[in-house]
Design a protein around this ligand. Structure first.
Ligand SMILES: Cc1cc2nc3c(=O)[nH]c(=O)nc-3n(C[C@H](O)[C@H](O)[C@H](O)COP(=O)(O)OP(=O)(O)OC[C@H]3O[C@@H](n4cnc5c(N)ncnc54)[C@H](O)[C@@H]3O)c2cc1C
Ligand code: SF4
Length: 569
């Protein structure tokens, strides 16, 4: 009897035909050995079945790993899986929770969303091995958790969907050798362009421009395309309409809120207890943590914010953290929302006359264009991309990025919102905290680490190209045709920050002059060799050269002083 039980212990048996035998208790997969009350008779039945139709009654289990940013039943790892036989593994492990100083709200969001998703899978009949985080858990890495399950379950193979960052991808690609079991890594079909498709598009191009890729994606999906294959509204891009300053009217909608349930409250306690030294706060946690709630967040955005999304896309405000942005990236990136469905929902709003074309096209471009584009670049050039530093920056990240403790109103506001919400909108990330890092010549890896840590939507594949390429221009202009460097004037034009600032935006060399002003000219001057021949920058060099030598000298001196005293600003 023992021999037979051992022989079948790593398999699942189709037991439906055995129900009539009272001796049979269970062949439940949770039990390492089948629990049989006796009997030679029953074993005879099993032996017979194995001999007659092994393919019908023996099924080799697959162990399906679902990562914290793959929280959808549409994930490719689940395709063709069988809830009766296959096992799912999900794990909260120290290695993933602490490879960077993740914002506390980001940890709470992901742990809670993972637990809710696991619960849903179990309700749907899946067998899920779920490891909740505890510092004393024996296994604190995904590999460790899997290796312990292999002994217990003895699966035929591990199946997973490709992950979103090189660090983990590199580890997973070695599991086959480390764990001694086949590991099937499937394409992440949630993206609209596959890695291969992007690589084919990029082939032979020296510089990549999002706009052209975006048009390909419009054609591919048919989003906002006429039956004649022309862009709806007569233009591919309505960005020039999307630069209004916001004066307080129309009122911006409050962000969509979900009050924490028991699972979320438990997770918040856990984060406070075990990740107390991480950046940010869990106060006022109101992120959606289920697909249903994330879908409601999308509906809320479409109804209340999308109509003004375009007009005020680049605006910033002293009094409003969220303005008309969607706040959907945390959900799209962890799998609670599907990017293509989000775009389709927005497109339907335009066809229904609920939102204007500049808003809908602008919103769709961010997801269909930028999001897919940066992901393509990441996988095309990693791991070397992360080491790029073409502007040769060496300065440490100023400490106030972690505290918000600076007299620069715009920087304080963006960092403080980041600390409270694990969120800042695109223009704050690009033209305030990013712009300052660029002008100050911060080391790319330090500022990349900051962005990866502090936002609820931050994953290496999307953060790195945005920061290293778009903001820091450290890839030599591969991603963007010119650096997004700007003086205080830009921030003044797009916000009300300057009127409440310790510094004066109209000054550039005095002790109370806006730091962005002299730092901007210092940047232009020190990178002459890099940018003078860039047609989109040549006017800046003409303006710089036109200034009196004493003025130029004063600007450089002021900037030199600021660079020596960044932490005091
Ligand atoms: C320095 C810097 C760092 C960034 N880091 C991240 C990051 O870690 N994770 C992240 O998801 N986005 C990142 N972005 C892009 C963008 O700022 C955020 O996606 C956006 O602010 C999220 O807020 P939202 O959902 O309200 O976006 P909305 O303004 O409502 O835009 C709609 C959607 O478009 C997508 N999107 C917009 N811009 C981009 C972009 N440049 N790249 C990729 N997707 C985009 C997002 O999915 C977003 O939800 C970064 C941008 C910059 C300049
Ligand atoms: S004056 Fe300068 S530092 Fe102050 S808010 Fe304006 S741009 Fe920022």
């Amino acid at each position: 009897m023992r021999g037979i039980v051992c022989q079948v212990s790593c398999t699942h048996l189709d037991t439906s035909h055995l129900d009539e035998y009272p001796d049979f208790i269970s062949l439940a997969p949770e039990l390492p050995l089948c629990t049989l009350r006796t009997s030679d008779y029953l074993l005879g039945v099993i032996k017979n079945k194995i001999r007659q139709t092994p393919e019908r009654i023996i099924y080799m289990t697959n162990l399906i790993l679902i990562l914290g940013d793959q929280l959808t039943t549409d994930i490719s790892a689940l395709a063709g899986a069988d809830p009766k036989h296959d096992r799912i593994v999900m794990a909260e492990v120290h290695e993933e929770a602490s490879y960077t100083n993740h914002h506390k709200k980001k940890l709470a969001l992901l742990f809670s969303a993972m637990r809710h998703f696991a619960q849903q899978l179990q309700k749907d009949g899946w067998q899920v091995h779920y490891q909740q985080y505890h510092p004393d858990n024996e296994h604190q890495s995904l590999e460790g958790v899997l290796s312990s399950l292999l002994n217990e379950i003895r699966p035929k193979k591990i199946i997973t969907t490709e992950c979103g960052e090189w660090r983990l991808h590199d580890q997973i690609s070695r599991w086959h050798a480390h764990l001694g079991i086949p590991v099937e890594i499937r394409t992440d079909t949630r993206f609209i362009a596959s890695k291969r498709e992007f690589a084919d598009w990029a082939e032979g191009r020296k510089q990549l421009r999002m706009e052209f890729f975006y048009r390909e994606m419009r054609r591919k999906t048919g989003l906002l395309m006429t039956p004649e294959e022309k862009p709806e509204g007569g233009s591919w891009n309505f960005d020039s309409d999307n630069r209004r300053k916001w004066s307080g009217k129309p009122a911006a909608p409050a962000p969509f809120r979900v009050e924490p349930d028991t699972i979320t409250r438990n997770v918040i306690d856990l984060v406070e207890q075990h990740f107390a030294d991480h950046f940010g706060t869990t106060d006022d946690f109101h992120f959606a943590v289920t697909r249903t709630d994330a879908q409601e967040a999308l509906d809320y955005f479409i109804e209340f914010a999308l109509p003004c999304f375009g007009d005020y896309q680049d605006a910033m405000s002293d009094n409003e953290d969220w303005l008309f942005h969607s706040i959907l990236s945390p959900y799209i990136n962890c799998g609670l929302l599907d990017p293509l469905s989000v775009c389709e929902t927005a497109a339907r709003a335009w066809y229904a006359g609920q939102a204007p074309i500049n808003a809908v096209e602008g919103f769709i471009r961010q997801i269909l264009g930028w999001r897919e584009f940066v992901r393509g670049i990441y996988w095309l050039h990693m791991p070397d991309y992360a080491k790029e530093n073409r502007l040769g920056n060496t300065r440490a990240l100023p400490w106030f990025y972690w505290t918000g403790d600076t007299k620069m109103r715009c920087m304080h506001n963006a960092i403080d919102a980041t600390r409270r919400n694990a969120y800042a909108h695109h223009i704050q990330r690009l033209m305030v905290t990013g712009n300052f890092g660029l002008l100050a010549g911060v080391k790319p890896e330090e500022i990349c680490d900051w962005y990866l840590a502090v936002y609820a939507d931050a994953y290496d594949w999307v953060e790195l190209p945005n920061v290293l390429g778009m903001v820091m221009h450290a890839d030599g202009g591969y991603l963007g045709s010119k650096p997004y460097a700007a003086s205080g004037k830009y921030i003044q034009r797009m916000s009300d920050h300057c009127s409440n600032c310790h510094y004066s935006v109209s000054k550039s060399t005095e002790p109370d002059a806006c730091p962005f002003n002299s730092l901007y000219w210092h940047f232009i001057d020190r990178h002459r060799a890099d940018f003078e021949r860039n047609p989109r920058m040549s006017m800046m060099y003409r303006n710089w050269d036109k200034q009196k030598p004493e003025k130029r000298e004063a600007l450089l001196q002021r900037a030199g002083y600021l660079l020596e005293h960044l932490d005091d600003l």
